[in-house]
Design a protein around this ligand. Structure first.
Ligand code: F0G
Length: 400
């Protein structure tokens, strides 16, 4: 199933292993594994550009063998929009809400569900704050597989829950937050070694291979990596995957520089910001994460070590923003730029503003804000704050 020379390596102790779709944790130290690509496999930008813009344009840079048929819905190839009003800097929004199920998760699911299909399992299994569930459900349906999702009861936005039901997922709710749901999935899939359902959370390094294509698309469109990439961080898989994509392009001679990775968390759910700021060698967990941005309401990010490496290796930063700043950024992106995103995604603009304020980034830096999910994902929060905005206008403007 995998290309010759593809390997796995532990992010903590460096333990190396053969490519294995079921190996998630290091047998030596228990930390997470990452995929090691043997090289660029003959990839060149010019030939690639003759293919459809999206995840599979970069097939040589993905670990799956050429003969493996992808389970696809046309994911990736999302718009890169230069902002006109929310900043005078050189800022672009990568609008991941334009993916088939409305979030960046589709990039990972096309690869993860392709592997599941190839393995001949009965179905896939995920814990989720909602978008992973919606995406897994759609791709599993496309592949003719079962999809079992474990969700925090009352903690998932309405649009995402509706998608999971619509695509026929089997839904289990747990009392608690995302971290409790993920614990259940890890227990089934890793501790008990269950093999009928393929686990597709971001501790699965193969899924993250699909998500690294966001970096490829940015270089493809901009001609070189931007100076900074700002990413909302929850379980921390995406920031790690995007950084891996840039690192590989650089190592394979396909890009001449590397960007700085800026991770953003909500103040009430900022375990990585706390860990990074305190220079701790272990995760400073948040037991009861709270934020309006339910997608990133996570207190124990499983990819914490990968993400810290991404930030440190890239000389980046981890910043926390308040819920008020997130909501303001969501409204500004929508009303001033025409880009409708869910609250978690607006953390990237809020984080960019904070980074400017703190002098972490300057306005001359070419910066990409990753807008991870669509506004329609969270109709309750979106309409609540739109109503508030409407009320504040107090009907002062009569029709002229
Ligand atoms: N933005 C959105 C809209 C998300 O749905 C998520 C994660 C993130 C950002 C953070 O990405 O976890 O890779 O750091 N959502 C997961 C889910 C947890 O279950 O849908 P991350």
């Amino acid at each position: 199933m995998f290309k010759d020379g593809v390997r796995l390596r532990c992010v903590a102790c460096g333990y190396a292993a053969e490519a294995d779709p079921w190996l998630f944790l290091c047998p030596r130290c228990g930390n997470l594994m990452e995929v090691v690509m043997p090289g660029a496999g003959g990839f060149d930008w010019e030939s690639a550009r003759r293919r459809r813009f999206g995840v599979w344009r970069y097939r040589e840079l993905l670990p799956l063998s050429d003969g493996v048929v992808p389970v696809t819905l046309g994911e990736g190839g999302t718009p890169l929009i230069k902002v006109a009003r929310v900043s005078s800097g050189s800022v672009f929004v990568k609008f991941e809400g334009a993916n088939p199920t409305g979030s960046f998760k589709d990039r990972g699911m096309t690869v993860g569900v392709t592997i599941a299909k190839h393995l001949g399992v009965e179905g896939v299994l995920v814990a989720s704050t909602g978008n992973t569930a919606a995406s897994a459900a759609a791709y599993a349906a496309r592949a003719g597989l079962r999809c079992v999702v474990v969700l925090p009861r009352g903690g998932v936005a309405k649009g995402k829950l509706a998608q999971a039901f619509l695509h026929g997922a089997e839904i289990l709710e747990v009392d608690g937050v995302f971290d409790d749901a993920l614990k259940e999935v890890l227990e089934e899939a890793v501790v008990k070694g269950r093999r009928d359902l393929y686990p597709l959370n971001s501790y699965n390094p193969w899924r993250l291979e699909g998500q690294k294509t966001l970096a490829f698309e940015l270089v493809d469109e901009l001609g070189e990596p931007p100076d900074c990439v700002v990413v909302p961080v929850g379980n921390a898989g995406n920031i790690s995957a995007i950084w891996k994509g840039f690192r590989e392009l650089y190592e394979f001679g396909l890009a001449s520089k590397l960007p700085r990775m800026i991770g953003v968390q909500a103040e009430g759910a900022a375990p990585l910001v706390k860990t990074w700021a305190s220079r701790s060698n272990s995760l400073v967990a948040v037991e009861k994460p709270v934020t309006v941005a339910s997608a990133i309401r996570i207190g124990k990010p499983v990819n914490w070590l990968k993400a810290l490496k991404a930030v440190d290796e890239s000389r980046g930063a981890l910043l926390a923003v308040s819920d008020e700043e997130i909501i303001k950024s969501m409204r500004d992106l929508a009303a001033l730029e025409g880009v409708g995103v869910e609250p978690a995604s607006a953390a990237s603009l809020a984080g960019y503003r904070k980074a400017l304020e703190l002098g972490v980034i300057d306005e001359d830096s070419v910066t990409v804000l990753v807008a991870t999910g669509h506004a329609l994902k969270d109709p309750d929060v979106v309409s609540k704050f739109s109503d508030a905005a409407r009320a504040a206008q107090k009907q002062t403007r009569a029709l002229h």
